[in-house]
Design a protein around this ligand. Structure first.
Ligand SMILES: CC(=O)SCCNC(=O)CCNC(=O)[C@H](O)C(C)(C)COP(=O)(O)OP(=O)(O)OC[C@H]1O[C@@H](n2cnc3c(N)ncnc32)[C@H](O)[C@@H]1OP(=O)(O)O
Length: 419
């Protein structure tokens, strides 16, 4: 890995691959850009261990680190269930003393060149602000649903068999492996989910006291059938009293279950915790099934926000890695200013079994930029909806009606945790 010595408008800086002994300085730069509140030792240690230094970049102005960016080696589920290598772009920052001089742009340039050379067809990220990354070809591909549920008023109707599921409290660390086994069985079933890499199983257990905001430590309840763990919920409880009336809140961190009855049993548990009247949910699939168990969706305070942003780095390989819900044979005219190797005409043919995506000289059916393909890639946003905003142009009548459903997904794509 070389260095890119460069002249910026006001100073000379050097962009190069991070060294392990620079990690603390590098991470301090990142922390300062995010407001400067020191993380707990526990959190810092976790991210230190997870940082892949040889895939991380720093920008240096003399001894000072003024830019940071990392790239985790993820595998992300795509429609059809394949697990596709994806660079998980992370820890991006530029010191406020050096902002708006093109430092972020230089890191994005280097990073996408690197990701291409590593042979990873995708780059993915979650953004501190959604307006930053579109210019680099990232499209918003998944949403996350949040909810503030009035559990004193909203009732649940559970499916048959729910009463047969046994729930028990467990210390989160003690059942980590059983919970991970449940998680692992869910990954292939939902686009956007990340296969767990070694070390990442500790992320859902992260619970620094300094970040509890008056809540309990992380709690865990597991659902069991015939002695086997078939689901889990990890959550915090925030006790509150209003003039002696209990008004506590349950804050869900994560929940997975292998079947509808276990799933319903866990939600019923969360709804029914004594002395609480609110359940707060921060990041769930937008089609999460609990919404069909409740008596009153209006009292559930639903909201949606952008979550995973996807960038096709190797367009042909990325579009071949997923399957298509309906048969498709379409020629795209693709604009990709930042990664010109993707520019031009591509013919995609595919169905539910597989796909081929090759360069072509044939006339184009749909014109769009790589950003729209990123947005549609996991099936979370349709090409038709993007066309409604003028971001996809139909050049052959009927092409949109053919291609748009093909890009769909049986379940909404969803990223289960940040990174
Ligand atoms: C995946 C992640 O890690 S997300 C975390 C991102 N980091 C943060 O939010 C931390 C705080 N912010 C920062 O560190 C910086 O402001 C950064 C990284 C967002 C931007 O770094 P800079 O070096 O100032 O960006 P750079 O000068 O390369 O800007 C490139 C373009 O993006 C635009 N841009 C930069 N930041 C933003 C923003 N927050 N919102 C909208 N546009 C932005 C610039 O205006 C510029 O546009 P132009 O090409 O039309 O002139």
């Amino acid at each position: 890995m070389g260095t890119d010595a460069r002249n910026t408008r006001a100073d000379r800086t050097e962009l190069r691959v991070l060294r392990r002994d620079e990690w603390n300085t590098w991470y301090d730069t990142l922390s300062t850009a995010f407001g400067g509140i020191p993380e707990s030792a526990e959190e810092r240690e976790l991210w230190d261990g997870l940082t892949e230094v040889d895939r991380s970049l720093g920008i240096w102005d003399g001894d000072a680190c003024v830019g940071t960016a990392g790239a985790f080696s993820f595998r992300v589920t795509v429609p059809g269930g394949a697990s596709v290598p994806a660079a998980g772009i992370t820890m991006v920052s530029v010191a406020a003393t050096h902002r708006r001089r093109g430092l972020l742009t230089s890191m994005m340039r280097r990073q996408l060149d690197d990701v291409r050379s590593w042979g990873e067809p995708l780059a993915v990220l979650t953004a501190s602000e959604p307006a930053i990354y579109g210019r680099f070809g990232y499209g918003i591909a998944t949403l996350r649903g949040s909810a503030e549920i009035d559990t004193a008023r909203v009732r649940l109707t559970v499916p048959p068999g729910t009463d047969d599921v046994r729930l028990r409290y467990a210390e989160p660390g003690a059942v980590r492996e059983q919970c991970e086994a449940v998680y692992a069985r869910q990954v292939a079933g939902r686009p956007g989910m990340l296969a767990r890499r070694p070390g990442w199983e500790n992320l859902p257990l992260l619970d620094p006291e300094s970040e509890r905001q008056g809540t309990s430590p992380l709690q865990c309840v597991v659902a069991e059938r015939d002695g086997e763990v078939v689901g889990y919920a990890r959550y915090f409880v925030k006790p509150e009293w209003d003039d002696s009336v209990p008004m506590g809140e349950v804050r869900l961190r994560d929940l997975e279950a292998l079947d509808p009855a276990s799933y319903a049993a866990l939600w019923r548990f969360l709804f029914g915790i004594d002395l609480t009247s609110k359940l707060t949910v921060r990041s769930r699939p937008v089609d999460d099934s609990w919404q069909h168990l409740v008596s009153d969706l209006r009292r559930c305070g639903l909201r949606q926000q952008d979550s995973l942003h996807v960038r096709l780095v190797d367009l042909g390989a990325a579009l071949e890695a997923r399957t298509y819900q309906t048969p498709v044979d379409v020629v795209f005219e693709v604009e990709d200013v930042f990664c010109p190797w993707n520019e031009g005409r591509w013919r995609l043919t595919g169905d539910a079994k597989g796909a081929s995506c090759k360069r072509t000289e044939e006339p184009a059916d749909l014109a769009l930029s790589v950003r729209e393909l990123g947005a549609a890639y996991l099936g979370g946003f349709s090409l038709a909806s993007l066309a409604g905003a003028g971001r996809v142009r139909e050049l052959r009548a009927g092409a949109l009606a053919e291609a748009s459903p093909a890009f769909g997904s049986t379940v909404a794509p969803w990223l289960p945790h940040g990174f």
